[in-house]
Design a protein around this ligand. Structure first.
Ligand code: UD2
Ligand code: MN
Length: 568
């Protein structure tokens, strides 16, 4: 009898556990966006109840776990948001029937308004992020949000997501900088929410000066910048604060997820991207280099990035001030992310993307606001200032890629040059070699030379051997083998560069794939000779006519004299 009872209890317990799993699983199934291929198999599911209103279903076999974060309700919500009458705030600005929902904000306002001030979003982090630990004494932060005519529903969702998805003790305050929006109440009413302050510009300043104003008013030691149409995700803040607490010279960004401008779906962004740019100073997301990707065994580790997108980052306040805040002569929008990124890297800091921090952002296809000086001229002014102050001789490639920038006004840069000098920053060449070696330096337009020694010319024989031969006129195949591109520090033919085989006198030279980081490929002129930068030895044809080698420099020697002759 006792045995039967024990069995019955065991069966009931198992059924209860299975039932609980099924209930939680149903409750957390992704909505319409998940395809059937991404439905989980039952094996390997762990469930756990997290902080208020949050149910997690973690699975070992998925990169993106099925976790849905709900914002807290009831008592907790009241504490965080206070008695702010959000219904009144939202309903007093509604889309009129028949009005184009994209017109005013370049996103679908109807969808945004329909969502209201909060919603559950999917936790898009790698499942291993959930078990990363943070210091219990992280510093608190001032969140700075500048905006110009933002939609009320997106602005309020940004603020509420910060208040509800961050540990309250880490949010010192939220500073809104209203950049002279048409309706001052958009901002003023929001200051009824606990911790929210509102500063209003007396005229349109643009996001750069607005952020500086917000940062100067901040009372916390750490600054967090957000755009005004974001939704922060689960535990977004701790990874950012942890990295800055460990080293105040780090400037850190989350992975920026995509909120659809059409239907406001929250979509996970790839975790393998970093910020890059081309010579016209156009920002782009790019794959992290393959060697770095292969070396990444831990998906929770930071990703170094040459530049940040610009809108969402955390930075120590005294480091921000020490480095010269922003270039406040930049107007409205654009270019400030390059200026800040070059400055941080070149003056002793670093930029990282932290994959365990996720923030959604509505990416738009056009600016919904006006630029008093015009959009193109403003972008040129701002990027020209960044190029003139930070890019040294490489600014020529910026002008080559953006010829319309030449001759356009960009104001005085004396203060920023002085700042660079005072901070004793590295050169742009240092940045290219150490931070962004993947940025290809454009081949200078058809500047090819022969390298002549008497009547003979340096040439390549087949794949990697070199020698001297009679100089040939144009047209024949042979002249290709004698055509050199001299772009310091490289002596190149197509993608191959002249390199030494060892650092000792007498070592042969050869051709190999160009690599901006490879010291064996770096040369500079020394009188008529070509000196290898690191060894200090010179290119020598070893008379009579042997394969070239490197020997101690005596530029007066005929065998070390290389006369470049332009091929026209
Ligand atoms: C990206 C950045 C943005 C900024 C910009 C380059 C992200 C997610 N966004 O453009 O932060 O770095 O590149 O400058 O990385 N705003 C003002 N005053 C103005 C114009 C804009 O306060 O005169 C506000 C605007 O309301 C918004 C923020 O500045 O909150 C950024 O503007 P955006 O959203 O139009 O820029 P975005 O995301 O295209
Ligand atoms: Mn934005």
């Amino acid at each position: 009898m006792r045995r039967i009872r024990a069995n019955a209890i065991a069966i009931l317990t198992v059924a209860w556990i299975l039932g609980t799993f099924y209930y939680l699983w149903q409750d957390n199934k992704p909505r319409s966006s998940a395809s059937s291929a991404s439905q989980p198999r039952a094996a390997g599911i762990k469930s756990q109840k997290g902080s208020a209103g949050r149910v997690e279903i973690l699975r070992e076999d998925r990169t993106i776990p099925l976790i849905v974060t709900h914002v807290p309700h009831g008592e907790l919500q009241n504490q965080l948001v206070g008695s702010f009458d959000e219904k009144a705030y939202l309903s007093s600005k509604q889309l009129r029937p028949g009005e184009d929902p994209y017109r005013e904000h370049a996103f679908n306002l109807q969808e945004s308004d329909r969502l209201g001030s909060e919603r559950a979003i999917r936790d898009t982090r790698h499942y291993r992020c959930a078990s990363v630990n943070f210091d219990s004494d992280l510093p608190s932060t001032s969140v700075i949000i500048t905006f110009h005519n933002e939609a009320r529903s997106t602005l309020l969702r940004t603020i509420k997501s910060v208040l509800m998805r961050s540990p309250p003790s880490l949010i010192q305050e939220i500073i809104l900088v209203d950049d002279f929006s048409a309706d001052p109440e958009d901002c003023q009413l929001l200051s009824q929410i606990p911790k929210v302050r509102c500063l209003r510009n007396g005229r349109r300043e643009g996001l750069i000066r607005s952020r500086v104003r917000g940062a100067s008013a901040a009372s916390a030691t750490i600054l967090t910048f957000l755009d005004s149409h974001c939704e922060v995700n689960t535990d977004w803040l701790q990874p950012l604060l942890q990295r800055v607490k460990e080293d105040h010279t780090r400037v850190v960004s989350p992975i920026i997820d995509v909120i659809s401008l059409d239907n406001f779906a929250y979509l996970a962004a790839s975790a393998d991207l970093r910020g890059g740019f081309d010579w016209s100073l156009h920002f782009k997301w790019e794959q992290i280099p393959i060697e770095q990707k292969m070396a990444r065994t831990d998906p929770t580790q930071p990703i170094k990035t040459p530049v940040i997108a610009g809108g969402i980052f955390v930075m120590d306040k005294s480091w921000f001030n020490h480095l010269g805040q922003y270039d406040t002569h930049m107007d409205i929008w654009g270019g400030e992310n390059f200026e800040l990124s070059f400055r941080v890297w070149m003056c002793g800091g670093s930029l990282e993307i932290l994959p365990c921090s996720r923030v959604g952002h509505v990416f738009r296809k056009r600016h919904p606001y006006d630029f008093p000086e015009g959009n193109a001229l403003t972008y040129i002014k701002n990027t020209r200032r960044a190029a003139e102050v930070w890019m040294d001789e490489y600014k020529q490639y910026y002008y080559a890629a953006r010829p319309s920038a030449q001759g356009k006004a960009f104001g005085s840069i004396t203060d920023r040059i002085e700042l660079r000098h005072k901070l004793n920053c590295n050169s742009f060449r240092w940045y290219l070699e150490n931070v962004y070696p993947e940025l290809r330096i454009p081949e200078q337009e058809a500047v090819f030379s022969l390298l002549k020694q008497g009547g003979l010319c340096l040439e390549t024989h087949g794949a990697d051997s070199l020698g001297l031969a009679e100089c040939k006129g144009s047209g024949s195949n042979r002249v290709q083998a004698q055509k050199w591109m001299l772009v310091e520090p490289h002596i190149r033919q197509h993608d191959l560069c002249l390199a030494i085989s060892a650092f000792t006198p007498g070592s042969k030279v050869k051709m190999e794939a160009c690599n901006p980081k490879e010291p064996r490929q770096k040369w500079k002129p020394k009188g008529p000779a070509l000196q290898h930068v690191v060894s200090g030895l010179c290119l020598d044809s070893q008379p009579p006519i042997g394969p070239p080698v490197i020997t101690p420099c005596h530029p007066q020697l005929a065998s070390q004299s290389w006369e470049p002759q332009l091929i026209t």
